[in-house]
Design a binder for this molecule. Structure first.
Ligand SMILES: [Zn+2]
Length: 312
């Protein structure tokens, strides 16, 4: 399983100047390559390298950095195409999609830049990195992170890391490849109901909400299900790291069905928050009742998906 570990760099003012200049040079070069890709119409990495490598390298970038810049541009066009195809930019012919597709992709002067192992090396004992910049190699740039992050980095970091400048702070986003943990046989399931008022309610009765989450959701309202998708990914990777089984269940009628007796009736929900069974009288917060139904479906889903294994 791949995941990204973020550590904060603690550069000196001189190192900050070198990092800033490097991001600017890389993104200037990326914008040049992007215009070429857009004009030529061929945005694949191989074609782009053929057309732009010499010029990009001549802009003060070494051979490695030049290749990383070109790959970044090709990847950005691939992502744009995938987003358009998935309908994330709206239907064909809509203003937003036309706007996105009618001009070259532009990179901010401080946009993130990937570094491979030849341009960036890690000292996990001293907690420093050595990093290529346009003004020479910076050695012993200090970094810091949580104990868990530092441990994961030392054990599993593999491949590229992105240099990111955010709100005046510097970060490295490093890719780690975590070995798979075998899934253990569950002795029960916790149901998670995702909603608007409470982002997640679990079948043990816990309701999770938060201003921070709602702010994120508001900011991302154009991609309306973003926070649910993100939460789903977090749950999936946290569970996978610990060998915990995750089952996605059909949510139909989970809000109208009674988690005590199974009776399904619209009138079981007199209002948004209340569940009150018209058959057996069971009463509970509506989201908790739904989460309990989801947990039961998890148990059933697990039994069905493992019946074949048991029979074999
Ligand atoms: Zn009931």
């Amino acid at each position: 399983m791949k995941l990204v570990v973020q550590v904060r760099l603690l550069p000196t003012p001189e190192q900050v100047a070198a990092l800033k200049a490097t991001l600017r040079a890389c993104n200037d070069a990326a914008n040049f390559a992007s215009v070429t890709a857009f004009t030529a119409g061929d945005r694949r990495e191989y074609a782009l390298r053929k057309h732009t490598y010499r010029e990009v390298k001549a802009r003060g970038l070494g051979a490695q950095a030049a290749q990383q810049v070109i790959k970044k541009v090709a990847d950005a066009y691939t992502t744009l195409k995938a987003n358009a195809r998935a309908g994330n930019l709206g239907p064909q012919g809509c203003a937003r999609r036309i706007r996105a597709e009618s001009k070259p992709i532009a990179f901010r002067a401080d946009a993130a830049q990937p570094f491979d192992d030849r341009c960036l090396s890690w000292d996990h004992t001293a907690h420093t990195v050595s990093i290529w910049t346009t003004t020479g190699r910076l050695k012993k740039v200090a970094f810091t992170g949580s104990l868990d992050q530092l441990k994961m980095l030392a054990l599993y970091r593999k491949g590229e890391s992105d240099l990111v400048c955010r709100d005046g702070m510097w970060f490295l986003y490093a890719t780690c490849e975590i070995p798979d943990v075998p899934v253990t046989e569950p002795d029960g399931f916790i149901g998670v109901d995702l909603g608007i008022a409470n982002i997640a309610t679990t079948s043990d009765g816990t309701r999770h909400c938060g201003k921070g989450l709602n702010a994120v959701r508001h900011r991302n309202r154009e991609l309306r299900s973003w926070s649910f998708h993100q939460l789903g990914s977090f749950i999936a990777y946290k569970a996978a790291r610990h060998g915990v089984a995750v089952i996605h269940v059909d949510s139909a009628y989970t809000s109208q069905a009674c988690s005590a007796c199974g009776h399904v009736d619209k009138r079981n929900r007199p209002d948004q928050n209340t569940f009150s069974c018209t058959s057996c009288g069971f009463a509970e917060h509506a989201d908790v009742n739904a989460a309990r139904n989801i947990a039961s479906r998890g148990v059933a889903g697990w039994a069905v998906s493992h019946a074949a294994d048991d029979a074999a």
